[in-house]
Write a protein that binds this ligand. Sequence first.
Ligand code: ZN
Length: 197
Amino acid sequence: MPFDEKNITQIGPSGSPARFDYQCGHCDRYVTGRVVSSYFTLGGPHILFLICPSCLMGSVRHQIEEKEYIIPGLKPGEDLEGLPTEIKSAYDEARKCFSINAYTGCELLCRKILMYVGVNKGAPEGQSFVSYLNYLEEKGYITPTIKEWADRIRQFGNLSTHKLDPPDQSRTEATFKFTMVLLRIIFEMKYLSDKFE
Ligand SMILES: [Zn+2]
């Protein structure tokens, strides 16, 4: 069975699907994508090249045996409001890294975000990552309890930098989640609150 047939909404003249339902990793919308090309081998991978009708970006859907992958996959986390430009850019890049299984890149970006946050709040550039966490605590942006889990971002980023073993999905997911919540606490909540002044 080459396809999960529930996703096929139209069959083309060659017998391969002309349309395919999926959630687009670029715009996050559920769409009926156009199949611009497909590739099949008996017992091998089945590949569809898809165009999203909403954002017009391309995706590739692989099916190998019973497993299905759509690349880019969905970005983890949520859009956050009130982030400074350079932090938003690094956060978005970390999400994209995760969506294409680039876990090392994701963890390195999350660790770098600690520096961006520290510098944004007045710390000097070029300091150690631990010094940025200490700074954020001293200035009252984070509590000792928050610092405990936020320090995982630094620790896991260090492992990704200095150890040859790549991080697995679950560790990177945790690193990313710590980063998202830290940004939410330091930037998004104040941004939301300021709206009501
Ligand atoms: Zn799209």
